[in-house]
Ligand binder design. Structure first.
Ligand SMILES: C[C@](O)(CO)[C@H](O)COP(=O)(O)OP(=O)(O)OC[C@H]1O[C@@H](n2ccc(N)nc2=O)[C@H](O)[C@@H]1O
Ligand SMILES: Nc1ncnc2c1ncn2[C@@H]1O[C@H](COP(=O)(O)OP(=O)(O)OP(=O)(O)O)[C@@H](O)[C@H]1O
Length: 313
């Protein structure tokens, strides 16, 4: 795969949304012999994310990056989209060449899936465009591209254990009104894991209680769950604490917490209007931060759409 200009062919073949992943809770419960950490995490996906579109290409596979966070991200063979494309084609060699265009809306190295979401979206899109993808194990491929790969492939509310490969649907997740705030700092996931003081912590409660709405969820998360990577991430990037405090102090915020290995922080709000107001106020106070009001998405909203289907966003 190589970088080219904007594709001349205007008709897209299909498009897929790569939503931001949010770890509502992230417990580090152990460590494997290979150094990877065992997790117990509750995950939802948001209405903000990257968009990946496929165009026909007569010139071999190509990748074009655009959008607010495209700068500084390589479109070469190390991009997770290029890696996912190669991995898929190795198992499905008859797939025609596509030019892929990524609209990069999510900050890079920010704890909300970014690269894993793009890699998973690539697999979903290629799987939808291939005529015979039945023999390709997308979940196994996704894991080779990152521990967050399998959860991003599903992009539905879930609980993940192991290093992220043991997935259990969380069908009763309430719809949430959220704000995501990134204080403009890229945080390295390995660096945060390295700083962990305690690697064996209690897991989430074995059975999640019935949770009716945002209020009940926020109460449950606050009482029973944590993000064990928050302290090491904040030691790496103290601005995370400022972003969390800004969210927590906003009217209508039920819970503020860091996602993944940071530095993005999410706030759960009482309603969409409160979230919009708080997002405007935080943006006004900190124009240098990335601030987005969002909701959690339903399972079908991250499904690939072929050209003649509505993209819906
Ligand atoms: C922190 C989370 O975002 C929670 O969802 C993920 O566990 C990270 O997933 P990811 O970014 O896809 O991670 P990978 O690209 O597979 O791993 C990056 C690095 O993070 C560390 N890592 C990652 C996942 C994990 N369960 N244990 C780890 O120790 C390892 O040092 C690894 O080399
Ligand atoms: N398409 C891509 N989008 C974002 N990052 C990419 C991409 N391809 C490769 N990368 C690289 O992957 C690394 C991790 O970026 P990413 O945005 O996935 O981190 P993250 O948001 O912390 O993810 P996670 O929440 O899974 O830990 C960065 O070093 C980045 O350069």
């Amino acid at each position: 795969m190589h970088t080219v200009g904007v594709p001349t062919v205007s008709n897209p073949l299909g498009t897929v949304f790569a939503p931001a992943k949010i770890n509502l809770a992230l417990h580090v419960v152990g460590r494997r012999a290979d150094g990877y950490h065992l997790l117990d995490t509750l995950v939802v996906f948001a209405s903000v994310g990257d968009t990946l579109t496929a165009f026909p290409s007569s010139d071999g596979p190509a990748l074009v990056l655009e959008g607010p966070f495209a700068d500084g991200l390589s479109a070469g063979g190390d991009n997770l989209i290029a890696r996912a494309d190669r991995a898929f084609r190795a198992r499905c060699p008859s797939l025609p060449a596509f030019s892929l265009r990524l609209s990069k809306q999510l900050p890079v190295s920010s704890g909300i899936g970014g690269g894993s979401a793009d890699a998973a979206a690539t697999l979903r899109l290629l799987g939808a465009l291939a005529t015979n993808p039945g023999h390709v194990d997308l979940e196994a491929l996704a894991m080779t591209l990152g521990a967050d790969g399998p959860m991003c492939l599903r992009s539905t509310p879930l609980r993940a254990r192991g290093i992220g490969e043991q997935l259990q649907a969380w069908d009763v997740a309430p719809k949430l009104d959220l704000i995501l705030v990134n204080p403009g700092i890229a945080v390295s996931t390995p660096a945060v894991f390295r700083r962990l003081a305690q690697r064996e912590n209690p897991p989430l409660p074995e059975r999640l209680p019935p949770i009716a709405d945002s209020l009940a969820l926020a109460a449950f998360l606050a009482a029973w769950t944590r993000n064990d990577l928050a302290a090491p991430a904040e030691a790496e990037a103290p601005e995370i604490g400022a972003a969390e405090s800004a969210l927590a102090a906003a009217d209508g915020c039920l819970l503020a917490r860091m996602s993944g290995s940071g530095a993005t922080v999410f706030g759960i709000f009482t309603d969409a209007e409160a979230a919009r107001r708080a997002a405007s106020a935080i943006t006004a106070a900190r124009p240098d931060w990335w601030v987005k009001a969002a909701t959690t998405i339903s399972p079908d909203e991250a499904s690939p759409r072929r050209q003649n289907e509505s993209v819906g966003r």
